[in-house]
Design a protein around this ligand. Structure first.
Ligand code: FES
Length: 549
């Protein structure tokens, strides 16, 4: 290591701080992290530590095929072994784009060193023709407008440029923003890490302060498991409801809790978020964007509003409790962060459905769904795969109307593989042209945190694993009853059993013979358990028994 120009006296036993960086030009959302790492290092040096930056696989949501989620667990494995195998005493995780921070945290949780997170931060608000536009959310809206013939392609491309005018993560309350918000709510990052724009000088100052803080945590040996307690997870779940957060976070929290041995189930998400109204008026559930949330007071101001539901005395990396932090918090814009007396919506959180169509559960984000479709019975229009869907959805002869329920199979963890964000299936062109804006859609897929609609997601078990979804047929009646938490295929038990037996007999063999795809397919858990690999659940600590030579 002297070859890197480090003087003799830095090997005196001072805390060695790993900086795990997912910077990549293939992940534009994380492309400020090289710069951010330098500021973390300043703080580490200043506090008497030795900072050593190392790379980790970067997962660009917009680039990786077939889907970044397939590789979240691979990133987690890489991060876990890099932290354990190298002689470091604590780690700062630099991530941002949807799967990067969750994958890093899963890996870090299985080692359990002192750990902090600095996110890349949201992009500046999108701008187009005098209006604010949101990444993801407005792409979905504009692409429907192009398909309905209401928007020109050249305007669509102009909007795309106006939406992408700085580095950083999607500036809507998508998966990246949601995870950054809950990271703050769980006490793993310093205040305002979630909302400070990626290009804001104060994010650099926060990175510097993080460098100082992690050295202190290393000296005091405050390990990740001291911060990520059951109460911290409960704070995260309640925060998701108040911010209208992404459904993807359900998978990540289940997986992270599994690494730490914290008991957490899908049912907890419904139960813990039931009373919490939607208070943050951000796209996709509302109107504003992350810059607005920050200027309105950010997470401390929001946490002050939901304080009665939070565990306020949990340990946090800053050494201060949430109670102390929110005592100083103020809200500067009541349109963006509402009071509980005047919420954006009373119904928020995550609905966890049960029924014969989803024995392991399925989820819905009610704040993103049309109220009139919260309870709906309709005839299934079934697509056997995403290719089948794309080939037929705009067919003028497709037998579908606004009361139909679109059913998509083969998009679960094993089926795709990697559970892509296709659950918010685009509506049939002929219905869009008639002004239809929402329909009930059911699949074993995920949905982008920036997307919206009456979309039932994460059906478990998935079709590829032989769940009842595999045997839904065109014309079957389905009942979706959100308030009663029900998802039922309205056929007899005997008929369902017979169809499943028939499906098992004709089941095609798995397609993957080798490599990571094979490992993943053979070991991935279903959505109700967070889609971790079965042999990665739990932790192995930081001790390595043998030296390398
Ligand atoms: Fe990376 Fe949205 S695509 S954060």
């Amino acid at each position: 290591m002297k070859s890197e120009g480090l003087p003799d006296d830095v090997f005196d036993g001072r805390p060695v701080i790993g900086i795990c960086n997912t910077w990549s030009e293939l992940t534009p959302c994380n492309s400020d992290l090289r710069d951010i790492a330098e500021y973390v290092k300043r703080g580490v040096w200043e506090a008497g530590g030795l900072p050593l930056e190392f790379p980790a696989m970067s997962l660009g949501e917009t680039q990786m095929r077939p889907t970044a989620m397939l590789f979240r667990n691979l990133l987690a494995m890489e991060v876990e072994e890099s932290i354990r195998g190298n002689p470091i005493d604590a780690v700062v995780l630099l991530g941002g784009c949807d799967k990067t921070s969750p994958g890093q945290l899963m890996g870090a949780a299985s080692v359990d060193l002192p750990t902090m997170i600095v996110s890349s931060g949201p992009m500046l608000n999108g701008k187009f023709r005098g209006k604010d536009i949101g990444s993801g959310t407005d792409v979905w809206k504009f692409s429907e407008s192009v398909r309905a013939g209401e928007m020109q392609l050249k305007d669509f491309m102009g909007a795309e440029s106006g939406m992408s005018r700085s580095v950083g993560t999607c500036m809507t309350m998508g998966s990246a923003s949601t995870f950054a918000c809950i990271t703050e709510a769980m006490g793993l990052s310093l205040s305002h890490n979630a909302t400070l724009p990626a290009v804001d000088a104060r994010r650099r100052a926060l990175a510097h302060q993080t460098g100082r803080t992690i050295v202190d945590l290393a000296r005091r040996d405050v390990r990740l498991s001291k911060i990520l307690t059951r109460e911290a997870f409960e704070n995260a779940i309640r925060t998701i409801a108040a911010i209208g957060g992404s459904t993807n976070t359900v998978l990540h929290l289940l997986a992270i809790a599994g690494r730490l041995g914290v008991p957490l189930t899908l049912a907890d998400f419904d139960r813990l978020s039931r009373e919490i109204p939607l208070l943050v008026d951000l796209q996709p559930s509302g109107r504003f964007l992350m810059e607005d949330f920050h200027y309105a007071g950010g997470m401390p101001a929001l946490m002050k509003e939901i304080a009665p539901w939070l565990a306020l005395d949990c340990a946090t990396v800053s050494g201060r409790t949430h109670r102390e932090t929110i005592a100083e918090a103020e809200c500067f814009n009541r349109e963006v962060i509402r009071t509980t007396a005047e919420p954006v919506r009373e119904t928020a959180g995550i609905w966890v459905l049960k029924g014969n169509l989803c024995p392991g559960g399925a989820i819905v984000k009610p704040s993103a769904a049309a109220d009139e479709l919260h309870r709906h019975q309709g005839r299934a229009v079934v697509f056997e795969s995403i290719e089948d869907f794309k080939a037929r959805i705009d067919d003028p002869d497709l037998e579908v109307d606004e009361n139909s329920i679109l059913v998509l199979k083969g998009c679960g963890p094993k089926g795709y593989p990697g559970m892509p964000e296709v659950g918010n299936m685009p509506l049939p062109r002929k219905l869009l042209a008639r002004g239809v804006k929402d329909m009930v859609r059911i699949s074993d897929a995920r949905m982008s945190g920036t997307a919206f609609g009456s979309v039932v997601l994460h059906v478990a078990p998935e079709a590829e694993a032989g769940g009842p979804l595999a045997v839904v047929r065109n014309g079957d009646e389905i009942l979706f009853d959100g308030p009663a938490r029900k998802l039922e295929l309205l056929i007899s038990d005997a008929e369902l059993k017979a169809r499943l037996a028939e499906w098992s007999k004709n089941r095609a063999p798995p397609k993957y013979g080798r490599g990571y795809y094979r490992l993943y397919y053979d070991h991935v858990l279903q959505a109700d358990r967070g889609c971790d690999l079965d042999f990665l659940v739990g932790a192995s600590g930081d001790v390595v028994e043998r030296e390398s030579h």
